[in-house]
Design a protein around this ligand. Structure first.
Ligand code: IPM
Ligand code: MG
Length: 384
């Protein structure tokens, strides 16, 4: 039976692969070696989209909304800062419509200046793409920037995760020979690599950093990671005084646990999947994935979010109200800084520092022994 259909399966898979390849070459053709996120005009008024997401998303996002309302009370009153709630980015709606980001939701998001987004649930297997992957692609948010710091240890890391390519871009487009094998693809483009490398080196230069770690597995993934590393080095040559060093992702995972050397790392550039994994590890060192925020930037759009997912396990165990809002608060801080509300970002940063580093009167640890999300949020807001 299988043998009869074997050739059909192979032909079908070849056709699917050809489509993927042609699409990716088209994407690479159209890609521009552009600039970087151009900030909106603060004087014209800013509209911030808020999307709650799934699982613990609505719990932490409702606190983020309260926080923004408190912090920007005057600006909201005067129309300088508008909050626009984006509904419909829920897993229920996305599943019902069979669309990872429904068209009307995407259109609404594009009308906002920036988006602050709660985590969204991605079903395992099946065809529905992760909403994150869709948004990052549709808005071309190629730089996922994730800072992690542990001041007591001298750790000050900034991760530049490539956000539109790698395994993620084609993770829902794999091929299958039923009963025999499955195959997924990974894609890396020259310009796609160049632009994330440039973002990282520009950041290093502007912030007085002199070491950039290029993290790949180029000894094994010879084409994709090989080119990624090569292009990062080409870009590095434009930045004298900044040392670019190659690390394989496995040993980098170990380095981050090595207290003798880890505080010497400064800036990291990583392809998408390694960036996903290593930034969760880094966040755990900082105090947990619930403590890290991230910005997703492209040339035109910007999206800010926690680095973690929707934590369905916490919801199942009835622990959603114990979720840590720090991650989304940090994302909100990055957003305020990016859109030009620097003084508000500083205020929030200070409040977070008092609550998470200095006083630590309340600690959220994701269990019923820790503080609740709302209690911790009130604590932070009391310090604004
Ligand atoms: C992240 C998250 C997402 C990712 C999930 C929620 C799809 O883990 O932003 O790191 O894998 O990119
Ligand atoms: Mg992740």
């Amino acid at each position: 039976m299988f043998d009869d259909r074997r050739e059909n399966y192979i032909q079908r898979a070849l056709y699917d692969f050809e489509m993927v390849l042609r699409e990716q070459v088209d994407r690479a053709d159209k890609m521009k070696d552009g600039g970087f996120y151009h900030c909106c005009d603060i004087n014209k008024g800013i509209t911030v989209g808020l999307a709650g997401g799934d699982g613990i998303g609505p719990v932490i996002m409702s606190q983020a909304e309260k926080l923004l309302e408190k912090l920007l009370h005057e600006e909201i009153k005067s129309g300088k800062f508008t909050i626009k709630k984006i509904e419909g980015l829920t897993i229920e709606n996305r599943k019902a419509l069979g669309k990872s980001v429904p068209d009307d939701v995407l259109a609404e998001i594009k009308e906002c200046d920036v988006l602050l987004k709660g985590p969204t649930t991605t079903p395992k297997g099946g065809k529905l793409e992760s909403a994150n992957v869709t948004l990052r692609r549709e808005l071309d948010l190629y730089a996922n920037i994730r800072p992690v710091s542990v001041p007591s240890e001298g750790i000050d890391w900034t991760f530049f995760r490539e956000n539109t390519e790698g395994e993620y871009a084609l993770g829902s487009r794999g091929i299958e020979i039923p009963g025999r094998l499955t195959m997924d693809f990974k894609v890396t483009t020259e310009l796609g690599t160049r632009r994330i490398a440039r973002a990282a080196f520009d950041f290093a230069k502007a912030n007085g950093k002199n070491r950039v770690a290029i993290v790949t597995k180029a000894n094994i993934m010879k084409k994709t990671d090989g080119m990624f590393s090569e292009i990062c080095h080409e870009v590095a040559a434009e930045y004298p005084g900044i040392e670019a060093e190659d690390w394989y992702v496995d040993i980098m995972a170990a380095n981050l646990l090595n207290k003798d050397i880890r505080n010497q790392f400064q800036v990291f550039i990583l392809p998408n999947l390694y960036g996903d994994i290593i930034t969760d590890e880094a966040a755990e060192i900082q105090g947990g994935v619930g403590t890290a925020g991230s910005e997703n930037l492209g040339d035109k759009y910007a999206m800010f979010e926690a680095i973690h997912g929707s934590a369905p396990r916490m919801v199942e165990e009835g622990l959603a109200e114990y979720a840590n809002p720090s991650s989304i608060f940090k994302a909100a801080e990055m957003m305020l800084r990016q859109i030009g509300f620097t003084d508000k970002a500083d205020k929030l940063s200070k409040a977070l520092h008092i609550c998470c580093e200095e006083e630590k009167k309340l600690v959220v640890n994701g269990t019923s022994e820790g503080a609740k999300c709302s209690e911790f949020a009130d604590y932070v807001m009391s310090k604004l």
